[in-house]
Design a protein around this ligand. Sequence first.
Ligand SMILES: [Zn+2]
Length: 306
Amino acid sequence: MPHATLSAKHYHDEDAAFAYVERHVWPNGPVCPHCGGVERIAKLQGSATRKGLHKCYQCRKQFTVRQGTIFESSHVPLHIWLQAIFFVAGSKKGISSNQLHRTLGVTLKTAWFMSHRIREAMRSGDLSPLGGDGSVVEIDETFIGQRKGVPVRRGLAHKTPVLALVDRQSGKSRAFVIDKVSQEQVLPIVKANIDRESYVITDEASVYRSGMGDFIEHAVVNHKLGEYGRGPIYTNTVEGYFSIFKRGMRGVYQWCDEKHLHRYLAEFDFRYSNRVALGCNDEDRADRILRGIVGKRLTYRRTCAA
Ligand SMILES: [Zn+2]
């Protein structure tokens, strides 16, 4: 896959890849993942030594920069991981495990494992509320896929509900898999993720009928009346978000298992919130995934290896 920046050394050379990741994960020098120490850490040299191996002389344990990151307990060389991140960051709709498997020359199982971990790193570490300063946040729900063990009938019982919030001003999105479209499930998410100094716009669904008084104003779009021309009172932005998501899910990933849906949503939110229209290029996205890796340190312990 010819691309100008893929020629960078860290995509091909393992030493350069280690140096690159260490710069991101340890901007102020190595940190021991065992004891958190930053002093008396030595890089172990020698031809028989594993690449990037460090020793902490406070707790006397060894480690590499992979430990506690999405690269932990993986046999895949770091420069191949960086290539994978590059491809994920550069593809507009996402990249399937199958495509990654063919492009990187790793097994399909490994490609699947890698793409899930990268997706995890794309999960926003930024949990600060959307909106604020009088900006507008659109809220909507949709139903996706097919739940396991639930017969397909008319209606929506066999589909998984997803709630999405889109901040019109910043263009950022945040989506959640929920079990049921109920006040008990929807309101806490809405309140925890939207700044009170926002205008919120929803459709006329009953879950929004009460409990929305905290915001500057709650405006309701009445779809049933075929409402047009009420100026800024619309939910087209969040509806557009859902339609791109559904197209992407169908085209690239087919329909995924419900238990992985939150991961795909996280990847989609990442792409949506870092899209070209907001001034982000492939390199920015790759960089932000790497920063996500730093944010996710130590959450990967003892997960299955590839
Ligand atoms: Zn230590």
